[in-house]
Design a binder for this molecule. Sequence first.
Ligand code: AMP
Ligand code: MG
Length: 425
Amino acid sequence: MLISVQHARTSILEYFSLLPPEHVTLWEAATRVLAQEVVAGHDVPPFRNSAMDGYAVRGADVTAASRSAPVRLRVVAQVAAGALAEREVGPGEAVRIMTGAPMPDGADAVVRFEDTSELWPVGERPATPIVAICQAVPPWENVRAAGEDLREGEAVLPSGTLLRPAHLGVLASLGWGRLPVVRRPRVAILATGDELVNADAPLEAGKIRNSNETTMAALVAQAGGEPLPLGIARDNVESLSAKLREGLAAGVDLFLTSAGVSVGDYDIVKEVLAAEGEMTFWQVAIKPGKPLAFGLLNHESRRVPLLGLPGNPVAAMVAFHVFAQPAIRLMGGRVPLFPPVYQARLLDSIENSGRRHYMRARYSRAEDGTLEVATRGSGVRVQGSGILSSMVWANCFVVVPETVNSLPVGATVEIEPFVWVEEDV
Ligand code: AMP
Ligand code: MG
């Protein structure tokens, strides 16, 4: 009896939980998941400052100022960004001020240089210079209040935030040098098969290159995990067991194997899994990728989950998308666990037979703004679980439910994109 995709996924996810935090530098925290709430320890900006290059004034002094009737003020000091004004601004006075410099006491607005006229020749600044203010300013014009961005004590970022550049900037402005982020799930990747040679090795008769290792490693990284490629295990118990022990010794959180889980003479992954731990289930009502094994490996006092992915490169990618990706995201604290589901109009007819079919497809936006999706491409053979190049052509899966046998052109179908922006979901 095949178990349903839904049931298989739910049972797999029960074995995973959020990993503990680790401390990294702010730079290393990019694209990581914040592991605690961040509360502002001080105001940002920390002090009231000028938003413009100009003159800090008392607004009441210049209410009548205009270009035709400027108001003259005595310039009693100047203050650059990073410095403090030496004097406060009294009635009839102004302080020359730069963007970001602290507002001097007494002043309640800044008049931009463009609305002033300095009444001295360039390079010949007199002892008591006079500036003509040509524009009235409402209170606090061109002044940034302390804490106008973030207030001391304010909750700024919730635990679980995926850290993008803006988040890192905010953390920097609050003085965070190191911070706790969810540890990246370490995922061992193990290809199995007597026919495999390394991707950079010469091809010999009867051999094929190990492409699954590279695909899986890249998918693991894309899901926020840290891949640990273990190379190739041969189709015998000793070779496979040795590789499994190597991964376990490295302390991985999940094992991904590919191939050797079908019903062929040399498909020994299930047997080794049962010997080294326990096999929880095998064979799921999914297409492609029916031979999928899940189990737990015993290692010291731990039990490490193992997902035995099919060997066919596309089936392995489908199984990764459906089962491994949410497990890795769960451990890494990434939400949502699953890709968004969009509705799209089918551009060609589809046949199905009893399993949930993940069809490679390409979606795009039609002229009316709705989504349309093709499961056949011009000149490419698309569906066939060994046709890996069609995964390059595809940008989503059309998910055909197990209960649906055929769909006509124009039917509305559900698609799952390969990549998506997490915040938009
Ligand atoms: P198996 O499940 O071992 O019968 O493998 C199914 C198919 O996937 C066979 O045609 C294998 O040659 C192919 N295959 C297995 N492992 C890999 C791999 N690492 N890279 C590419 N193809 C593979
Ligand atoms: Mg094999």
